[in-house]
Design a protein around this ligand. Structure first.
Ligand SMILES: Cc1cc2nc3c(=O)[nH]c(=O)nc-3n(C[C@H](O)[C@H](O)[C@H](O)COP(=O)(O)OP(=O)(O)OC[C@H]3O[C@@H](n4cnc5c(N)ncnc54)[C@H](O)[C@@H]3O)c2cc1C
Length: 336
């Protein structure tokens, strides 16, 4: 059955197919609302439900007014009225689902694998730097992984995967993967990207494999002959975890606009660089972020702390902060 979604206070009404999430229906109708994980975990897509009823995940149903509804996992069960934080016209994103083959797996750090996938001959997956793909595997399970490669090189996909102890994909499945194996991938998804070409200095904060989408954004900026100032703070535990150190040092030497600061939480005795948390290191360096744009990716608690610290102490505008939190994207985590 088809239901209607009405956006409160705006002249927007759109159809929602049976089984479709509110977010999917909104996108299909040519609108964009903020989202990140599409798993009901990160809360980026929260809207108020003003009226009507929805089913959420496999568990709950909600009827009538309900604040903070995660519309990526909410399926209407009647006509509904929603009040999103923001909604704008957007070009619908053309997503593809295809079988990619593993052509290389590297282990540049003790708990990180770089997985390179090739798409079938003649197939491409156009994406914007900063976006992610969804890997589908047994029993309808999926995991999200950011694309680390240059978006021009879209006949292949490069993923940086941190091994999560006990992790289904990053542990057991990844350990068995070998060149020639096939993976079912869908994408692109995500809105993690610099807001625009502007010339505001760009502050990048990453922890661990949160570096992956920023690698893609930096490659894209290099290709576009960027002149905008960019400073990447990359947080890790030890030097062994800084798995792309040489290439970042080289980029910083070759491009006057790019600076790179590694930040270690548990450094070796001979480490002379920055220590502690990336957000604190960034604040020390930039006590006034009022004219800067910030891109943060990785550990959810780093992202929460960076957002509040830079807003409260460095005058960062809330609109200047864009983040992708690597919340666990296993399907069992659908909350609400
Ligand atoms: C938008 C988005 C982009 C992402 N991009 C990347 C990426 O580029 N690289 C990458 O390495 N990961 C990325 N992730 C996380 C990734 O999708 C998986 O959640 C992660 O790899 C764990 O999956 P798994 O199957 O190995 O573990 P699961 O089987 O899902 O989880 C096993 C156990 O570990 C816990 N767990 C899962 N993830 C974490 C975590 N991050 N920290 C602490 N405990 C955890 C779970 O709660 C569970 O108890 C991204 C997530 C999102 C939402």
């Amino acid at each position: 059955m088809k239901f209607q979604i009405t956006v409160q206070g705006q002249e927007i009404a759109l159809p929602c197919e049976a089984g479709e999430s509110v977010l999917e229906a909104v996108e299909r109708a040519g609108f964009a609302v903020p989202y990140s994980c599409r798993k009901g975990v990160c809360a980026t897509c929260e809207c108020d439900l003003v009226g009507g009823s929805v089913a959420v995940g496999r568990r709950a149903t909600h009827e009538g007014a309900q604040p903070n509804l995660r519309i990526c996992v909410a399926t209407p069960t009647s006509d509904i009225v929603i009040a999103p934080r923001s909604i704008a016209r957007a070009t619908p994103q053309h997503r593809k689902r295809m079988t990619a083959s593993v052509y290389r797996i590297d282990r540049p750090a003790p708990d990180v694998s770089v997985l390179r996938l090739r798409l079938p001959i003649g197939r491409r997956l156009p994406f914007r730097a900063g976006q992610y793909v969804r890997v589908h595997f047994g029993d309808g399970q999926t995991r999200n992984y950011s694309l680390a490669n240059d978006p021009r090189d879209n006949g292949q996909l490069t993923l940086h995967i941190r091994h999560v102890p006990g992790g289904l994909f990053s542990g057991a499945l990844l350990a068995k993967l070998k060149p020639g194996d096939l993976l079912d991938v869908e994408g692109p998804f995500g809105q993690f990207a610099p807001a625009g070409p502007g010339d505001a200095p760009l502050l990048m904060l990453a922890t661990g494999t949160g570096y992956a989408p920023l690698r893609s954004v930096i490659s894209d900026l290099v290709q576009k002959r960027n002149r905008r100032r960019v400073h990447l703070f990359w947080g890790a535990r030890t030097t062994a975890d800084l798995y792309d150190e040489h290439s970042l040092q080289r980029l910083a030497q070759q491009n006057a606009w790019f600076r790179y600061t590694p930040v270690l939480t548990t450094p070796e005795a001979d480490w002379t660089g920055r220590t502690g948390f990336v957000q604190t290191a960034a604040l020390d360096q930039y006590p006034d972020c009022s004219g800067m744009e910030v891109l943060a990716c990785g550990n959810p608690s780093m992202i929460d702390q960076a957002r509040s610290l830079l807003q409260a102490r460095a005058g960062m505008s809330p609109h200047a902060f864009t983040a992708d939190a690597f919340v666990p994207s296993g399907d069992s985590n659908t909350t609400q």
